[in-house]
Design a binder for this molecule. Structure first.
Ligand code: ARG
Length: 647
């Protein structure tokens, strides 16, 4: 068990006699920032003193006198205004270390299991996956692994968008523009081309229709700015108002530039221009195809049945490269038969009402309605998500539901969760695990040079190719054969991409950078993988048989400060995972691994291992190396990253 957990356990009965909110006090027991003050510090006496009327230092002393810590702590001291400083006994740490040598969970305790559904990745199919799908897939997969390791009963569910308007576009495209030979060879590539083509042509017509309107708006903006400038408005206010208008104008100019470039792309290509002329009403007709599919049209349904398996195969291909798989793939189409009932249920319970022909749920303090059926009778993303919640609770007994989805959908989830709560699912813990955007060097959403979204598959391939160069560079003596090099490149490349994503605070945007991601030093997967490979290199060089080493667990000692520091870090693995769970933050695990690799590096500088002459000390240090390697390997595995033994 982690030392922190053990200390908290010891404090619990004593704190229970002082407060109703034991957890709040327990959370004030933390590891010390400065080793000078010991290993842990309990700061709970000060706030407790406020309510009890006893002086804080006195209360701290009373707590110290009552908590049973003799076998666990070497010193327990009251300091300053009422801090309690605790230093662990080395023999207690050694005892933990010896136990963990033969514990496959490395001392991490199982929690009381909950039934958890994680909804992640969830792309809209029939369009190739792009970099925007990376974060949900990687963060969601990491949380799935961590929660399962902690002992929860986890179901991962890929809630794919397989019933949306993109199918109408593809059906339209297939009817009018399909290249049969290309479709025969590579159906998904051809479907993607059709999707892009139909999209391009509808955007073109939209741009043609809307351009003059935008130009008028820009002119109006300029006019307003000029008027303001000439006005005798108070200078500060004036400046502010002008700034606001300029911002609006710049936004409009950007929109206009986008429209112009979309028009030019078509106008500048005779063939496209002809297609655009021949399909002037393409956007509406594509929507009609979607509507026909949804209302059960047999031909469109047959096409959908033909396209979908191909789309799923293409997704699986990318998931294979990414090392991600799902327990369920229950997409939007799965819930279609349930939607009418969801709406009538919401209406019967008085939650949903008709407004302008649409059926809506209104949330208190929110102007925007949650539309569950549009005025043309169509159900929405919202309806599907409500059906999904009901299904997950009734079918799986779900207690916790996590949605690993872009921050930009926050408004949707706010309304969804509010509706679900009022619909009777208030005791389910439903959370939006949101995340920011992947940016390019220009700090805008990451795009290719030509302005397209970056395809996920090509990104992964490039990562592996770049990693291969890194691997070759780091293996000048050629100790790895070609197959091994390829396998390591795979681990380093895919691992690098994942780690770069996971080590950022998930709510922040981050700039995608190959160099940072594959750096051998710094907070990267590569650094941690190398630390692990280095340890395995020690075992190879010393010809160490791990099984017999582990049977010598009693030899483990923590005499040197760096040995002690390293093991204390290893022993806090469970604490790090507990924070990952509490905050749904994989970066707490990357931080733990980075710290572990750093501690190892200090230990390795300070304490010779193979060169150590004292046999017993040598064995002890080898045991520590083994614990470190196992911790790094397990931790990386929970991030979804491989840890090669040799690099
Ligand atoms: N398909 C959606 C999109 O690409 C994400 C779905 C997230 N999951 C959900 N249950 N709404 O934007």
């Amino acid at each position: 068990m982690s030392a922190l957990q053990e200390i908290r356990n010891r404090f619990t009965p004593v704190l229970a006699g002082l407060t109703d909110n034991v957890d709040a006090s327990l959370s004030m027991i933390r590891s010390s920032q400065d080793p000078k003050f010991g290993d842990f510090q309990a700061n709970c006496a000060m706030p407790l003193a406020k309510t009890s009327g006893v002086a804080p230092r006195e209360l701290a002393q009373q707590i110290v006198d009552q908590v049973q810590l003799d076998d666990l702590c070497e010193t327990v001291e009251v300091a300053g205004p009422g801090f309690i400083n605790l230093k662990l006994r080395t023999d207690w740490l050694e005892q933990q270390a010896r136990q963990i040598v033969s514990d496959e969970r490395l001392g991490v305790q199982r929690v009381a299991p909950k039934k958890i559904v994680i909804d992640y990745s969830s792309p809209n199919v029939a369009k190739p996956m792009h970099v925007g799908h990376l974060r949900s897939s990687v963060i969601g997969n990491c949380l799935e692994r961590v929660l399962r390791f902690l002992g929860h009963d986890v179901i991962s569910d890929n809630h794919i968008g397989d019933w949306g308007t993109q199918f109408g576009m593809i059906i339209y495209g297939y009817r009018h523009f399909v290249d049969e030979a290309a479709y025969g060879r590579e159906p998904v590539a051809e479907l993607a081309r059709l999707y892009r083509l139909v999209n391009q042509l509808s955007d073109y017509h939209d741009a043609c229709r809307q351009q003059s309107g935008v130009e008028t708006q820009i002119a109006e903006c300029a006019e307003q700015i000029a008027q303001l400038e000439a006005s005798d408005e108070e200078p500060k206010k004036k400046k502010k108002a002008i700034k606001k208008l300029q911002g609006e104008r710049d936004g409009l100019r950007e929109t206009l530039a986008g429209m112009q470039s979309r028009r030019e792309a078509v106008d500048g290509d005779a063939e496209l221009k002809q297609l655009a002329a021949d399909h002037a009403d393409i956007a509406r007709l594509a929507r009609l195809e979607t509507a026909k599919l949804h209302s059960g049209d047999e031909e469109n349904r047959a096409l959908w049945d033909e396209f979908l398996p191909e789309c799923l195969k293409a997704l699986d291909h990318v998931y294979g490269k990414l090392g991600v798989s799902f327990d369920k793939t229950l997409g939007e189409s799965f819930y279609q038969p349930m939607l009418a009932d969801v709406v009538s249920d919401l209406q019967a319970s008085g939650l949903a009402t008709e407004s302008d022909g649409a059926v809506c749920v209104f949330a208190e303090g929110n102007d925007a309605p949650f539309i569950v059926q549009k005025s043309d009778g169509a159900f929405t993303y919202a309806t599907t998500d409500l059906a999904t919640i009901r299904y997950r609770v009734e079918e799986f007994g779900t207690q916790v539901m996590l949605y690993v989805v872009d921050t930009r959908q926050s408004e949707h989830f706010k309304l969804l969760f509010d509706t679900a709560r009022r619909w009777g699912y208030g005791d389910v813990d439903i959370q939006h695990v949101n995340f920011g955007t992947v940016l390019g060097d220009d700090r805008r959403p990451f795009k290719t040079r030509s302005g397209d979204t970056v395809g996920l598959e090509s990104l992964l391939d490039e990562a592996v190719a770049r990693a291969y160069d890194v691997v070759v560079e780091n293996d000048p003596s050629g100790s790895l054969d070609e197959d091994a090099r390829r396998a390591v490149a795979e681990a380093v490349g895919i691992g690098g991409i994942k780690y770069a994503d996971l080590h950022h605070n998930r709510e922040s945007d981050y700039v995608f950078s190959w160099d940072k991601m594959l750096a051998k030093n710094g907070d990267t997967a590569t650094y941690i993988q190398y630390a692990n490979a280095r340890i395995n290199g020690i075992f190879r060089k010393g010809d160490i048989d791990l099984e017999s080493l582990r049977s010598d667990a009693e030899s483990l000692r923590l005499e040197h400060a760096s040995e002690r520091g390293l093991f204390q870090q290893i022993l806090s693995f469970g604490d790090a995972l507990a924070v990952v769970e509490r905050e749904m933050r994989p970066n707490m695990l990357t931080q733990f691994l980075f710290d572990t690799a750093n501690r190892f590096s200090t230990f390795y500088q300070d304490c010779p291992v193979l060169k150590e002459e004292d046999e017993a000390v040598r064995t002890s240090r080898l045991l520590l190396c083994d614990l470190t390697s196992r911790t790094l390997t397990q931790g990386l595995a929970l991030l979804g990253i491989d840890a090669p033994k040799q690099m």
